[in-house]
Structure formats: C-alpha cells, structure tokens
Write a protein that binds this ligand. Sequence first.
Ligand SMILES: *Cc1c(COP(=O)(O)O)cnc(C)c1O
Length: 354
Amino acid sequence: MRSHADPEVLAVNRRIREGLSQIFGPGTVATGALPGSGTLGMETGLANLVRRKDPVLILTNGAFGDRMAEIAPILGLEAHVLRFAPGEAVDLAAVRDELSRREVRLVAMVHGETSTGVLNPAREVGALAKEYGALYMLDVVTTAAMMPLSLDALGVDYAFTGSQKCLSAPPGLAPFALSARGRAALGAAQSWYMDLERALRYWEEGGYHVTVPVLLHYALAEALALALDEGLEARETRARTLYRAVLEVLEGLGFEAFPKGSRLPTVLVVEPPRGYSEETLVRGLRELGVVVAGGIGPTRGKVLRLGLMGEGARAELYVEFFRALGRLMRAPRLAETFSERLAARSEAALRSPS
Ligand SMILES: *Cc1c(COP(=O)(O)O)cnc(C)c1O
C-alpha cells in the first residue's frame, strides 16, 4: 500500500484538485476531499466557517436540509431554521424577510433535495446572502459533476459533495471547495479532525494531517477524469433527457411528479398511481432484480425515487426498470415505449443542446 505521503499519491491529489476546480468552477480557491461521506462535508462546513454561538440561517425543504438543522445546534451554533413545504422550492421573499429581521453569519441550503427531487434557487439565495453580508454554504451533493457549477456565479463560499453520488466513485470521500471569502473565514475550527486549514495543508503541501484512504483517492481521480472527459454540459443533457423520457412514460401510467417547484434533473421523485403503494412497487421491482429507492424524510412511504446521478443516468438501466415495471403493472411494451420516447428526445436534445 502506498503511503498518504508517497509522491505518486501526492500527484494523484494534484489531479484531484485540478479536477475538482473544474467541477466546482470559477471562484474555487481551495479544494480537496475529506475522508468520510457527504455528511462529513456538511458538518465540516458548519464546524469551520462559523464559531460557537454564531447565528446561522438554515433553509430546509427536505431530509438533507433537516440534517443541517440537526447538526448546527450540536456544534453550539444559534440556528434559525426556515422550513418550506416538501415539494416546494425555497421561497426567496421569506428568505429576504428573515435576513432583513436578523443578522446571521452564514446561510446554508441544499441545492438539489434528494428526498423530494426539488432544485432550489441557489444563485438567488447566494445574492441575498451577499446583500446581507452572510457567508453561504451550499450542499451540491446531487448537482456537482452532473452540471456546470461556479462558486462565483452562485455566490457560494463553501460547497461539498460525496464521491458516490454524481461521480459514481466508491463512497468514502467528501470533495469540498472554498471561495476566497470562505477561506478567509477559516481559523477557528470546532474540530481537530475536521479542521479545514489542517486538511488543506495536506492537500496543498503534502504535510501530514491524518492518514487518508489512498485507494479512494485513486478512484476519485479516475471518476473525475471520466466526468470531465464527457463534459459537464453533456452530463446534464444526459440526465435531463432521461428524466423527461422516464417521466413521460410514468405519467402515462398515472404516476405524478412529486416536486411542485423547480425539478432536480438527477433525482426523479414520483408518486405512484391509485391502487399502488411505494412498498408494493419497491418490493415487486426488487423481486424482479431492479432496485429503486422509496421515500425518505417527508416523502417516506409515499414515492419512488429514481436516481439519475452519474452512472445512474444510463438508458440501459431504465429499459430494465420499465421491463420490470411493465410486468408488475401488466402494461405491455413499456420498455419499447420508453426506448422510442428516449430516441425522439435524444434527437431533439442533439438538435438544441440547451
Ligand atoms: C446523500 C446526500 C447527503 C449525505 O451524503 P452521505 O454520503 O450519505 O453522508 C447530503 N446531502 C444530499 C443532498 C444528499 O443527497
């Protein structure tokens, strides 16, 4: 096993940093990957950008926003939580109202809520945070590497993801990025292990902090190369094209999209038609060899969640899904219908990449 300080591993780390700079986009001044899952990226942000007793504003409309709201008080932050109905996007007027009534050091939000399939208005919230002088932390677990991002354009000071989501690498690393303002806010971490300055000393200078999972570093470097080779625009088109084709066929069967607001292209959340429950569909599909997720948090027991992140956004997988669903719901030719719809959509997507 190569050591965490082996020159070859440090070269892999440089490749990772270059790749992540493109994933997080313009405005990224520091980047690396923490040894843990996506949630470590979340907790690390709250443990580094603000200090104990600092007021923070957490915007939530689902299970992962709620997770931020659970972490903040554990770290001794003065957490103000604005909740929005699951299925609806974060409402900007309410955010402005809250920011105009109290001073906060940080605004935190999830870009794409995995539990509901809603895409939140990241850029607009970033503009509000800036207007009111607050730092801005954005969970980009379901969007980074599956669409072009820019810390600059979104006004983000700290963003994070998980290696296993849109990069389809093994789980166990939490890539993160800081803006100049985010980096300047470091210096009083509430954790030794999660101290971003200490972590960055390793990523930037190779100095020992903790022993990193080197095999995961190799895998992440490869996953980044594959993603960037394909291109972030092309990956977004791949997800959006499949999303529309899958939803169209499901709507034909009586399924309904769960999000009322703006839709996240990488997680398609649907409510089953009358006469079918989440449980019977998830179990029936599993018996036919197809694994789909049910709801979590506010959608528990109510929906199917179909992943379109990274390698999840492949037509072959959805052909198998519709073959199984067709058997389960006694709907003949479902896989063929899907393939025809997808072909029509793909041609349209190629004609107008937007
Ligand atoms: C999966 C997910 C997380 C947490 O990631 P883990 O790797 O499970 O810790 C955080 N935010 C969002 C939006 C997610 O989908």
